[in-house]
Design a protein around this ligand. Structure first.
Ligand code: GLN
Length: 267
């Protein structure tokens, strides 16, 4: 009889342990589910490439990412009750980052119309428009992109519309070499050091560079390439977050905050 009671106690004990474990697991999963589905509870990671002033650059003193994009996204976040943090990475890592959950939002002066980007991520409403320009040294006699000759080298940033263009020009034999680098600041140095004869860059970014380097560089000719529409982007299917970002953008445009930031960074 004693043996039976002992056996029964073992069975009941095992059953209780199993029941507690099952309930405990559910609670943990539900906690994860709650957190992962509510964008207002999360700190959302904005991924960018911060050598693209005045859209984003790194403050030399604080190391903080500053620019039009951080200010615009801060205004959108305040309007929509979101909390953001910024992560700096190479431009051609941005779309893979949101698709591998290494980031939640791309905000990087990214042209939503370029290539297959719209198939790779979900882009929001346009927040800025731009075209490409050719930056040359101030003593260059290049009249524009159509005057570039096959002995020349052009630089731009890897993974960008400018980077794609210089690589196409190399493949078509229009230039001797394409120099595609991870940071715009390195592209400018290549120009300053005479390593390349031109840099293909977005017009508002080139204008910001010329504000501080107008003595050594200038634009050659008119804008060219496909007209660009910059937009933030999220992982394919994350419509809840994208709807919030679009609503916030519409609200800061309606309130005048957007225009105030354009004046701050582009006047
Ligand atoms: N507007 C260009 C693009 O979308 C460059 C963007 C950037 O360098 N941040 O490719």
């Amino acid at each position: 009889m004693k043996a039976f009671k002992k056996y029964l106690a073992m069975i009941l004990g095992a059953a209780m342990i199993f029941t507690l474990a099952a309930c405990g697991g559910g609670a943990d999963n539900s906690a994860e589910t709650d957190d992962s589905s509510d964008s207002e509870a999360q700190v959302l990671r904005v991924v960018t490439e911060a050598t693209f002033a005045p859209f984003e650059s790194t403050d030399e003193d604080t190391g903080e990412i500053i620019g039009f994009d951080p200010d615009m996204m801060a205004a959108i976040a305040e309007d929509q009750g979101l909390t953001l943090e910024w992560i700096n990475m190479e431009f051609d890592s941005l779309i893979p980052a949101v698709n591998s959950n290494q980031g939640d939002i791309i905000c990087a002066g990214m042209n939503k119309l370029a290539g297959d980007r719209a198939q790779m991520a979900d882009f929001g409403d346009t927040y800025f428009e731009s075209d490409l320009m050719l930056l040359v040294k101030s003593d260059s006699d290049l009249s524009g992109i159509d005057a570039v000759t096959s002995d020349m080298k052009l630089a731009s940033q890897i993974g960008t519309t400018g980077g794609d263009m210089v690589q196409e020009m190399k493949e078509e034999g229009k230039i001797a070499d394409s120099v595609v680098l991870n940071q715009w600041t390195d592209c400018y140095l290549q120009l300053q050091n005479g390593e390349v004869q031109g840099v293909i860059v977005d017009k508002p970014v080139g204008e910001a560079y010329l504000k501080s380097h107008g003595d050594i560089a200038k634009f050659a000719g008119e804008s060219f390439g496909d007209h660009e529409e910059f937009a933030f982007a999220v992982k394919k299917g994350n419509t809840e977050l994208l709807d919030k970002l679009n609503a916030g953008l519409a609200n800061i445009k309606a309130s005048g905050k957007y225009e105030e930031l354009v004046d701050k960074w582009f006047s």
